[in-house]
Design a protein. Structure first.
Length: 517
């Protein structure tokens, strides 16, 4: 009506005629409203709220929460943060490129959308590489088919005529799952989907309320048939922030008519991934910030978990994403053109979408930093020798020079890199009572001990597999113990330097029972 009042007036009367013909309104009301003017109330001060209101009404209408012809005052209560909405609306990433932006900010606790910018909240686009963590990797980790340190060969590969390419045609050879996600490598994702099939991936996608509808390996890179809304894509990442629990995000909290509640949002989360799987994926996405494609978010004093995605070719890009979360919020940014025209190749997920995300995080946490996501009890942290892992695909524990990986308990490696293990005894506490000796050991890397009891050049040898040793019924004399720490790795024994205890004296006092003589 602002741009074309006459057409809007005609359309108003067409709708009224249809309502009258279908007996929703009577003849007097119809006649009275035909000539009624359209009242325009324009407020430039509230323009920043419009995208959020429009998206809210789209959600309201899609859910059919209220009879559209109900009589009364309908109130829709949302999760809107006015201050943040104003900031996101006016956010400028200092770019000369004029492309469409869509941005969502959510509160992870209730998955309520607190700020939104964009023209069409229902548009579906290719998720690009943002599909990889929740469609390929997390399902396989959850099924204990791969771990964070699983090695995949990143090389140009032909899959029955389909040859996926990495960004800039760069290949890294042997890489871990963690590196593949962090650097958003394409070939490892396709290899895993090819090896394990679509059934597992689609099962988890359905749990996340995403219909992938694809049966070719390019789905591993985001080539879905129908696309995904930014809202749904953001939800697939909030599930990792919420320990693997899924809840569809919403603009609307509750609705009332004439102050009578008729709808209230259900906050029942559904378990999709284990706590441990969610944490491991978060660790890989934190590595994306530290060493991978999300480096523009690096300079924060708190932990950030992020994934970028870019859909395009050598002629230009169609979609560019950064999806980021902390323990408290999820921020999702998309750049592109709604008419599917190409952007410049300089626009990738790691460029301006990351900048918009960075500015939003700065605003969110200008006063208080978010806490870290807590380590689940079912997680084991292990240092692995990287050289053996990448060159020989052998997982050997290396506590001195290894690279850290997280595992679901029961999937962690157990073999040690022998050359790096030196069993040591830090301390031994000796106590003597009633001619018995107890020794409590504090040791490093040892899992067995060879103990020599020494007295007057005589030695008696014992083997111990615990950190407590008990020696009883000793005779008079001066004793000391030589304790050799042993590291036993599947039959290969490494001996440490013997530890010699201080000498102790056993002196049994003979008491005659004179009344028995």
């Amino acid at each position: 009506p602002i741009q074309s009042y006459e057409n809007a007036f005609k359309r108003k009367n067409t709708v009224l005629k249809t309502m009258y013909d279908n007996e929703y309104i009577d003849k007097p009301l119809y006649n009275a409203t035909l000539k009624e003017e359209i009242k325009l109330v324009e407020s430039k001060n509230n323009n920043y709220i419009y995208p959020y209101v429009k998206a809210t009404l789209n959600e309201f209408n899609s859910k059919v929460l209220v009879n559209p012809y109900v009589s009364g005052t309908v109130k829709i209560y949302t999760y809107l943060d006015l201050s943040l909405q104003n900031y996101v609306y006016n956010l400028n990433a200092n770019t000369n490129y004029k492309y469409s932006r869509q941005q969502i900010v959510k509160n992870n606790k209730n998955n309520g959308i607190i700020a939104y910018f964009g023209e069409n909240s229902n548009i579906e686009r290719s998720p690009a590489s943002c599909i990889k963590p929740w469609y390929v990797y997390a399902p396989l980790i959850n099924e204990k088919l791969i771990t964070e340190s699983t090695v995949i060969i990143d090389e140009e590969t032909n899959f029955n005529g389909y040859t996926p390419k990495n960004y800039a045609n760069k290949y890294y050879g042997a890489v871990t799952t963690k590196t593949a996600i962090s650097k958003s490598l394409n070939v490892p994702s396709v290899k895993l989907l090819s090896n394990y099939g679509f059934e597992i991936a689609n099962e988890y996608a359905n749990k996340l309320n995403v219909q992938v509808n694809g049966d070719n390996l390019a789905v591993a890179l985001g080539a879905t048939n129908t696309g995904v809304t930014l809202k749904k894509l953001a939800d697939t990442y909030t599930v990792f922030a919420n320990n693997g629990n899924y809840l569809e995000s919403s603009f609307i909290n509750k609705v009332s008519i004439n102050n009578t509640p008729i709808y209230e949002r259900n906050l029942n989360f559904n378990k999709v991934f284990s706590d441990e799987t969610a944490y491991i994926i978060s660790d890989t996405l934190n590595d994306s910030v530290l060493n991978g494609t999300s480096k523009k978010l690096y300079d924060k004093n708190y932990k950030i978990y992020a994934k970028t995605g870019t859909n395009g070719n050598e002629n230009g890009n169609l979609d560019a994403y950064t999806i980021c979360y902390t323990s408290e919020h999820t921020v999702a940014v998309w750049l592109g053109n709604y008419d599917n025209s190409l952007m410049d190749n300089a626009i990738t997920g790691g460029t301006y979408p990351a900048v918009y995300t960075k500015y939003t995080l700065d605003y969110l946490y200008k006063n208080n930093y978010p806490t870290q996501i807590e380590l689940p009890s079912g997680i084991v942290s292990v240092n692995i020798n990287e050289n053996e892992l990448l060159n020989n695909q052998t997982e050997l524990i290396d506590n001195e020079n290894g690279v850290n990986f997280y595992y679901v308990k029961g999937t962690e490696p157990t073999k040690y890199k022998n050359s790096e293990i030196t069993p040591k005894i830090k301390n031994a506490v000796i106590k003597v009572s009633n001619n018995n000796v107890s020794i409590n050991l504090e040791s490093e890397n040892a899992n067995e001990f060879i103990i020599n009891r020494c007295c007057n050049k005589n030695k008696t040898t014992f083997n111990a597999t615990t950190f407590s040793f008990f020696d009883e019924k000793l005779n008079n004399g001066i004793y000391y113990y030589e304790i050799t720490p042993v590291f036993n790795n599947n039959g290969n024994k490494i001996l440490g330097k013997p530890y010699v205890t201080p000498s102790i004296k056993i002196n049994k006092t003979i008491v005659n029972d004179w009344w028995k003589e």
